[in-house]
Design a protein around this ligand. Sequence first.
Ligand code: ZN
Length: 310
Amino acid sequence: MRYCAEELERLGLVPELTRRGAIRAVRRGGRRRAARAIVTHLDTLGAQVKLVKESGRLELVPVGHWSARFAEGARVTIFADQGSFRGTILPLKASGHTFNEEVDRQPVGWDHVELRVDAVTASKAETLALGIDVGDYVAIDPQPEFLDNGFINSRHLDDKAGVAIALAAIEALEREQVATPVDIHWLFTNAEEVGVGAAAIVTPEIASMVTIDNGTTASDQNSSEFGVTIAMADQSGPFDYHLTKKLIGVCREHEIPSSSDITAPIPLLRSRQATMSARRSWPSASTHRTATSASMSMRSRRSRVWSRNM
Ligand SMILES: [Zn+2]
């Protein structure tokens, strides 16, 4: 949050921290009303200490929805009261020498992994004495790689890549001294992964909102690994007809590779939650008749390709 706010200040905007801890930075246009909003989210997946075990190791609960399958082997930082600790998330049966094929036969799930702290502790009392306790946050190392061919590969680019795209767009607007007809509200939310989304930060003067988030890559999705995916609908219904068509038109006009996608009706799909939350508590149609929303997404592993094509 601090880095993003500093970057916005460097770009000449005045970031404002909302009561809920999200960032709003308005880039002034010709008019206040009928403003546009571009939403990205700064929060990401992580974990919390659920229990300090008798062994001194830690049981975890995920922050946001993600499979423990991807947590196995992750290096992490635990934010304890008196400072931070490093550690590794490992399956309960991690030693091949001891467990042999049982390592591959154990189930996947948060009940089947634990966090081993890089500190001398062999008991619950010793771990507690380090200052580590239930509720402490655990941050997963993102392991970013910036490759010469333009690829950026990292854990949890959702939605850091979206934030980077937003900041790059602001930088380009400032550099080229672009005057927009209406205000643009650049919104950086902080609770998307736990389902709060942008609902609390959207103000009445905003007429349309585009959410930039990760896209879903699966065989039954019409998403693209190498371009923009424009979400046309999710399980709550279609997104705004005119705005989605407009986005498709913009892509066509500027030869940006894009595809249109309908989100599969799986309640836990993360990429649409910000938009869904915003839609649920959207101002009523009578007061804000022109309010529209759409969602653009990107393949998280292909952010450079996406942003370059913006
Ligand atoms: Zn996301």
